[in-house]
Design a protein around this ligand. Structure first.
Ligand code: AHR
Length: 349
């Protein structure tokens, strides 16, 4: 039996218990729980509940289904959401899907069953959400997409999508490559570490990057595989790329963590990252920025994980029945070595 099944059955038993008692006993129990600041479990992967205080979000419960803890970016994103909920006085029910869509779907169903006020989630992959989003809609629970999009045609299934333009990030990375090699004769052999297969950032970043390098046939992606957005997998796949014996001039990593894993593989093979093999990546988390400042990465397109404050504002607005923009794009920049060195002392994640 999985953790989720245990949690699910426990919550059902608890609910059955409450229903079987006299109303006054149930009300007292709820009151005591609220006083003790307890949250309930949310299903899927690991989960936690946390009451929060202050900030005008009284009586709002937000169920948030997170992707996982695969990267430095994700860790910073989770902290931003948890801190901001607390600051806003929103009761946050949080679950970690461990990069599995089925866990996220179970968590969302659990939030529907618990009748939370708002559901927010960062979809592991783009497709396969219509059924559960329709269930939320039928239960009159508004949904907010954060960080990653879904490919549903029915836009009424969610109120808004808050997050980065991943296609733009791919374009920025590709444009840097085109400029860097503008006087080089070619071919320029590129290895690519893709993010989680089927995820919006993996699909969109590849699209933007490919659009740029396709402008000149000298750029060739000679090896491409998923590194699942993790450092460990990035290292493993880069080791395999290097062992293939194919020449690699440049690595495009869909995030910093995979680039950092690849750096370990490149150094392990006796080569110099940033020189023998140039590296372009996306995110600009602290460790990535340090590697850029150290000359081991050559360029990073930023993807900000600090979505918490904007998300809590949106939660309050949709709970109050106010209209919100259908798309809210995160403001981001790009970094070369000098910019990373200058930004590092104040970097928040
Ligand atoms: O969805 C955002 C992406 O997910 C980040 O770029 C990556 O680091 C994370 O795992």
């Amino acid at each position: 039996m999985s953790t989720f099944d245990t949690v699910w059955e426990t919550s059902l038993e608890e609910e059955g218990f409450v229903l079987s008692k006299k109303r006054v006993v149930a009300m007292l129990a709820v009151g005591l729980l609220a006083l003790a600041g307890c949250g309930s479990d949310d299903g899927g992967g690991s989960s936690s509940g946390a009451s929060s205080g202050g900030g005008g979000g009284d009586n709002i419960t937000l169920g948030f289904a997170q992707v996982g803890a695969e990267s430095g970016w994700r860790t910073a994103n989770t902290k931003s959401i948890q801190d901001s909920a607390k600051e806003a006085g929103i009761d946050l029910k949080f679950s970690d899907a461990q990069q599995k869509q089925e866990n996220q779907i179970k968590a969302i169903r659990s939030y529907i069953q618990q009748k939370v006020d708002v559901i927010a989630f960062s979809p592991v992959v783009e497709s396969g959400w219509d059924a559960v989003l329709n269930e939320a809609k039928r239960a009159n629970i508004p949904v907010i997409l954060t960080d990653r999009a879904v490919d549903s045609q029915d836009k009424s299934l969610y109120k808004t999508f808050l997050g980065s333009d991943f296609v733009k990030e791919g374009h920025e990375a590709g444009a840097w490559v085109v400029n860097e090699y503008k006087d080089a004769p070619g071919p320029v052999n590129i290895a690519e570490l893709q993010g989680t297969t089927g995820s919006a950032p993996a699909i969109d970043r590849k699209e933007g990057f490919t659009a740029e390098i396709s402008k000149d046939p000298k750029f060739k992606i000679t090896q491409s595989q998923t590194g699942e957005f993790t450092r460990a997998k990035g290292k493993e796949v880069m080791e395999a790329f290097l062992k293939s014996g194919k020449k690699i001039d440049l690595l495009f990593a869909h995030n910093d963590d995979m680039a950092l894993g690849a750096i370990e593989a490149i150094e392990g093979a006796g080569l110099k990252p940033g020189k023998d093999i140039k590296i372009v990546s996306i995110d600009a988390v602290h460790d990535g920025m340090q590697a850029l400042a150290d000359g081991k990465i050559n360029f990073i397109a930023e993807c900000s994980p600090l979505l918490g404050p904007q998300l809590m504002d949106l939660v309050k607005k949709v709970k109050a029945g106010e209209s919100v923009p259908a798309r809210i794009e995160t403001e981001e920049t790009t970094f070369d070595q000098a910019a990373a060195t200058a930004a590092l002392p104040d970097r928040k994640y």
